[in-house]
Design a protein around this ligand. Structure first.
Ligand SMILES: Nc1ncnc2c1ncn2[C@@H]1O[C@H](COP(=O)(O)OP(=O)(O)O)[C@@H](O)[C@H]1O
Ligand SMILES: [Mg+2]
Length: 236
């Protein structure tokens, strides 16, 4: 099976080499857990280490703010943008009382994203974050919509990271409790100040490590310690 290495030090070891190619993986965690940094690192390292093009789709902030947020890392994002290897796109949700119109708008945006992926021959995609989708729809619609999209990405041969804001319970790993069932994998980030830890909750098509491991955020991005484990009590 082909795998896509995340390029995040230590994490690929937990995944026996990487994410199965074509998968959609939810990266879930509370605010400040490191979801956006994880996502950008996946795109940057894809370009830098594996020569793969990547598209970073943000729903909440514009490309300028994202670059500003990521400026403290040792990543030359601009260099890859100039080489057309990395693209940052802001998905426009639009606000409307009629949610059918919002749904149409999202369909339209997903088509734009699909054509961008094809045009740049992107192998990596990030959608940060899916939580904003769910504010507009009931669970059934959200589920159908995400399902259709995730299916389509598989056809394109794209390996996707979707982020989701996680509520403060151990039973749910996504904001609406539906995203985690649609995706092929779930990676959870915990932040119990000052400690950070990471856990592979699910990954279809591969064996994976089942322990909770510490990680740090440095000026290189996330660094996971695959040889060290953390007790579950530490995430409370
Ligand atoms: N250069 C850095 N070095 C160390 N930690 C950082 C750095 N930049 C940001 N952080 C940490 O990362 C957090 C933000 O991570 P982010 O990925 O934006 O969170 P999320 O998307 O999960 O809300 C900040 O609150 C800060 O604690
Ligand atoms: Mg974020």
């Amino acid at each position: 099976m082909e795998r896509v290495a995340t390029g995040i030090p230590g994490l690929d070891e937990l995944l026996k080499g990487g994410i199965p190619k074509g998968s959609s993986v939810l990266v879930s965690g509370g605010p400040g857990a490191g979801k956006s940094i994880f996502s950008m690192q996946y795109i940057v390292e894809g370009a830098r280490l594996y020569n793969e093009c990547g598209l970073y789709v943000s729903i909440e902030s514009n490309p300028k703010n994202i670059l500003w947020d990521m400026a403290s890392f040792n990543w030359d994002i601009k260099k890859f943008q100039d080489k057309k290897m990395i693209n940052i796109y802001r998905m426009k949700m639009g606000y409307n009382k009629d949610y059918k119109l919002v749904e149409d708008k999202i369909d339209e945006e997903l088509e734009i994203i699909a054509s961008m992926l094809k045009e740049m021959n992107a192998k990596r995609l990030v959608i940060d974050s899916t939580t904003s989708f769910g504010i507009w729809f009931d669970k059934a619609i959200l589920r159908a919509m995400l399902f259709k999209f995730v299916d389509y990405l598989k056809e394109l041969g794209c390996t996707t990271i979707l982020t989701s804001e996680m509520p403060n319970t151990k039973e749910k790993f996504s904001a609406f409790g539906v995203e985690e069932f649609i995706v092929d994998g779930v990676i959870v980030l915990f932040f119990t100040p000052p400690y950070r830890s990471i856990f592979v909750r699910k990954m279809r098509g591969t064996a994976h490590d089942k322990n909770l491991h510490p990680f740090e955020i440095t000026d290189q991005g996330l660094i996971v310690k695959p040889k060290e484990t953390v007790l579950w009590e530490a995430t409370k």
